[in-house]
Write a protein that binds this ligand. Structure first.
Ligand code: SAH
Length: 449
């Protein structure tokens, strides 16, 4: 076992799923943040367990050619991004490698290469911002959570956000400080404003502002609206009532104070209505490329019936409607299903049906009915597919399954489960929707053998 506080020499050989460097010291895996594969360094051990340890770089003995100066001044403190210390070439490589390694190690595949849809820019790509609000000496400020904590570190520009969302945040803060609107304190559970949530339509330019409030009312709302109206694109202001002691940002009740309570945006040539709660990929450009890849991998024809499980507001479902005979979307959040139906209407799409329910249960019900599905798309949250969803899909037996995933490990697990039920991996690729952050999306096509 390694000894806490002792200094060891290490070579970085791999990355964790969270983007930390991994070194092997005396047979023990050591996790080291801000490290790049190939680098040699001395490391101080901060936590030592039997099979693993955590450490920090003391001195870099050999720098990677991929190391760069951090452009973000708070990168080391902030729990948001992971990769400002390396160039984008290395980030893309490691993301593709992570998906490939998961499919090989957990999925039992034998892939030598795995392509990645790299992002054209690392700056200003996020169309959604969620600023935690805190107060010091009676003055409200926003920032980011210090990694692994809920203490808010005040910060200036966030490079992955567009400037306009910062302007919205500043306008809300000016109002809060002028009228001394109270700020929520997690310790006492007192105070009103918790988070400032901003969503911007990339194509429409429309801006939705949603304030997470520990209550149902804010003071001097007309003045807040006047300030927000100065910002080009401001469309709607909503309160999300969140009075619970919870880590969730948005509560269950929404009160619209100005505008329609939602914005619109265009994705893959279709118009979508977006409420605060609707799932919508944060990187518009890369989401379009990912969905385009999904459509191509699905190989749909005009006679096909397509099932889209975990369909959200119907982005993928509706993008596939024109190529298919019929598309069916299943989603568990009622508001998202309502949005999906509305999105079908506003795009004049008549061959789409949406059901609200658990994907596994809905797929089992469809399997029982003996429905014929030619192609299935799944895009589950990180935990991957439920066992009953896999069982039901195997019963429905579509000729092709396209799996969009935000966690390579659960994707690989599910690929192995489908393999045991007669499906073979046909193509796999990674897509970078979160430059500078460790998350990576991936997409695979499986065909029935
Ligand atoms: N395909 C959509 C949404 C993907 S996100 C898009 O790309 O925009 C995953 C979606 O799965 C979310 O909308 C979430 O609400 C939904 N979801 C989570 N658990 C679910 C379950 N058990 N059954 C059905 N949908 C679920």
């Amino acid at each position: 076992m390694l000894i806490k506080n002792q200094i060891y020499e290490a070579t970085i050989v791999d990355y964790t799923a969270e983007g930390q460097g991994v070194a092997k010291i005396e047979g023990c895996a050591v996790f080291i943040p801000n490290a790049i594969v190939g680098e040699k360094c001395t490391v101080r051990i901060e936590k030592a367990q039997k099979t693993w340890a955590a450490g920090k770089i003391v001195e870099l003995l050999e720098k990677s050619p991929h190391r760069v100066n951090r452009e973000c001044p708070v990168a080391k403190l902030c729990g948001g991004c992971d990769f400002w210390h390396m160039d984008y070439e290395e980030e893309s490589r490691l993301k593709a490698d992570r998906v490939k390694a998961a499919l090989n190690r957990i999925g039992g595949e034998n892939l030598t290469e795995l392509p990645i849809l790299s992002a054209p820019t690392c700056y200003g790509y996020r169309n959604k911002a969620q600023y935690p609000v805190a107060a010091k000496k009676g003055r409200a400020y926003t920032g980011f959570y210090r990694a692994g904590t809920h203490s808010v570190v005040e910060s200036g520009r966030c490079l992955i956000l567009p400037e306009i969302t910062d302007k919205v945040k500043d306008a809300v803060l000016d109002y809060v400080n002028q009228y001394r609107v109270t700020v929520y304190d997690e310790a006492t559970q007192k105070g009103l404003l918790r988070h400032i949530f901003v969503r911007k339509g990339e194509v429409s330019g429309q801006i939705l502002v949603c304030l997470a409030v520990n209550g149902r009312k804010l003071p001097h709302v007309p003045d807040l609206i006047d300030r927000l109206k100065q910002i080009p694109g401001f469309t709607t202001l909503v309160i999300s009532v969140n009075t619970k002691d919870t880590n969730l940002i948005l509560g269950d009740e929404f009160i619209t104070l100005y505008g329609p309570g939602y914005i619109e945006d265009t994705l893959c040539g279709l118009k979508f209505r977006l409420s605060p709660r609707s799932f919508y990929q944060v990187n518009h450009h890369q989401a379009q490329r990912l969905y385009q890849a999904a459509i191509e991998l699905a190989g749909i024809t005009k006679d096909d019936t397509v099932l889209d499980l975990y369909c959200g507001v119907g982005t993928i479902t509706l993008s596939m409607a024109a190529a298919a005979g019929k598309v069916i979307g299943v989603e568990v959040i009622p508001q998202a299903v309502a949005d999906a139906k509305d999105n079908a209407r506003r795009n004049g799409i008549e061959n789409a049906e949406f059901f609200c329910g658990d994907a596994g249960e809905a797929a089992l019900a469809l399997a029982k009915e003996g429905i014929h599905i030619d192609v299935a798309i799944v895009d589950p949250p990180r935990k991957g597919l439920n066992a009953d969803a896999i069982e039901a899909l195997a019963q429905i037996a579509p000729r092709r399954i396209v799996y969009v995933s935000c966690d390579p490990a659960t994707l690989a697990r599910d690929v192995a489960l489908f393999k045991a039920r007669g499906y073979a991996l046909q193509k796999a690729m990674a897509a970078d929707l979160f430059p500078r952050c460790a998350h990576v999306e991936s997409i695979v096509a499986m065909i029935k053998e």
